[in-house]
Design a protein around this ligand. Sequence first.
Ligand code: GLC
Length: 437
Amino acid sequence: MTTPSNPTTGDASWFVHDRFGLFIHWGLYSLASRGEWVKYHARMTDADYQRYFDHFEPDLYDPTVWASEARDAGMKYAVVTTKHHDGFCLWDTALSDYKATNTPWGRDVLRPMVEAFRAQGLKIGFYHSLVDWHHPQFPLDGLYPRHDDLAFRAREQGRDIALYRQYLHGQVRELLTGFGEVNILWFDFSYSERDYGWARGKGRDAWGGDDLTAMARALQPGILINDRLDVGWSDAGDFFTPQQYQLPIRLTWDGEPVVWELCHPLRKTWGYVRDDLDWISVDMLVRLLVDTVSKGGNLLLNVGPTPRGAFDRHSIERLRGIGAWMRRHSRAIYGCTASAFTPPPDCRYTQNGQRLYLHLFAWPIGHVHLPGLANRVEYAQLLSDGSEIKTMVLDPEGPAERKAFVIMPDMPPDTLTLELPLQKPDAAVPVIELFLK
Ligand code: GLC
């Protein structure tokens, strides 16, 4: 497969091969159980929020279990929140006291995670929030938890972004020097276009985005950096990161396909929410993965572990459901990308060289017709069990006995027809593997 050409330096060939990763949103907000923006939505002060720091005690935390759930789901990399917008650091940073090691738990929770995922063969990415609602020098703006408290705003006017920037760069340096090879740096996020009247949003200049990028690439030459630093197209990042939105068509830039990764939670929020039971079904998640790869993208699927450090049963059910499908169908995902062929209705194609995969989102009765593939397919099989699927090119002027029962519509003459078993195979999305000539 040729790697699409973002004008960047990172080598994305492993990334576009692996296609499927785990996103982890875990931190103090998990205790509040109302999503990772709770400090903002509830307009909490640092003092209000302190209770979560004082009760951070993930006694069920075993990252080896997380890593094996991810691996068994077919995921090949994990991106973990080192620090989210609330500013809480999961590792033992030398630059802040606001870190896991100072909570009652008293331990670095990032390092064992990195080690556990690596041990299971997964690559490692660091999500790092550019926004920081705890650092005393992070200037207030419209996204700040207490932005509408005018007295607080007036009191905090002297904050100096240059001091925060130093902190940000220092922490990124720590993360890229203290944990071995880091494969992905996933910054979040820039909003320089926003104007709140009394404050501007933040982006490239606020973060020192160019220096940050240069430093990251110098420290970790192979690293892939996402597109949320606001540093412009000349170094827009190695991949685009649409979020919670299934793309209707393939993502391109100037007509050329680009590297992209869709991030999506298993429900609406990223961080743990006890009371949100609006879970996406396994079938829908498998279709999301297939649809994403059929458009040349990766899927980064998020789990928000509980405050005690476990994956809840709904998340586990979903990871395992996807894993059951992946065990029999992963070769229609890994190494695959969009196909130049147009699939029939309710279907998607993924392709890896001479192997074309037909994913059937709906199971038709008896036959499926594939335009453009007559005389192009050497062999076809059901991927789940490797059983042959008969192929034919129906001739509208064909034998009389066939015409007696089938009224043939005018199909394009290059249409290949597959004869399907009557029963839908027992798979979230059945796949037919077509060996092209
Ligand atoms: C947004 C949100 C954040 C979440 C992220 C995931 O930027 O602010 O809460 O972590 O998207 O992509």
